[in-house]
Design a protein around this ligand. Structure first.
Ligand SMILES: [Zn+2]
Length: 155
């Protein structure tokens, strides 16, 4: 079940070069990165970055915000050889944790809906590099689809 981390990094490189049909990044109602927080698309996370802190909103299947009650979030990231676990706090209906050092690193986000359910693990590569096509940072770049369309890629 575990995807090698390299696969994810390679996927992002494909987004940049857009050589293949890469789906791009799914963005949420607030322009954040959508993560899958369930095994059946009923819960999503939307990650945004503000003032050096990541905010994670919990969204339902219709991308509507869900109030934070019993949900738990654990974040691991940074250098793979020496990963950090930034402290995650609840602020209103967001989880909030400080951004790590550097402009590019992997974040592993573990979400638990309530104490009786299992953790669901989502990952994404934070990359602050600005995409030349959409002017978003690469971790919020959804050019995968559009670039393919322009290229008139056929199968
Ligand atoms: Zn882009």
């Amino acid at each position: 079940m575990k995807k090698p981390l390299l696969t994810i990094a390679a996927g992002l490189l494909l987004c940049i070069s857009s050589a293949f049909g890469h789906g791009g990044v799914e963005l949420g109602p607030n322009g954040g990165r959508i993560l899958e927080f369930s095994t059946n698309e009923t819960i999503h996370g939307e990650v945004t970055l503000k003032d050096g802190k990541f905010h994670v909103a919990v969204l339902d299947r219709d991308m509507k915000p869900v109030a934070l009650k019993d949900q738990t979030l654990i974040v691991t990231g940074g250098d793979r050889a020496n990963p950090e676990k930034p402290k995650v706090e609840k602020s209103g209906d967001h989880f909030v944790f400080p951004a790590l050092k550097g402009d590019s690193y992997l974040l592993v986000v573990q979400f638990k809906e309530k104490p009786s359910t299992k953790f669901v693990t989502a990952r994404f590569e934070y990359d602050a590099t600005i995409c030349s096509a959409c002017k978003n940072a690469e971790w919020l770049c959804k050019c995968g689809d559009k670039k393919d369309d322009k290229a008139g890629k056929k199968k």
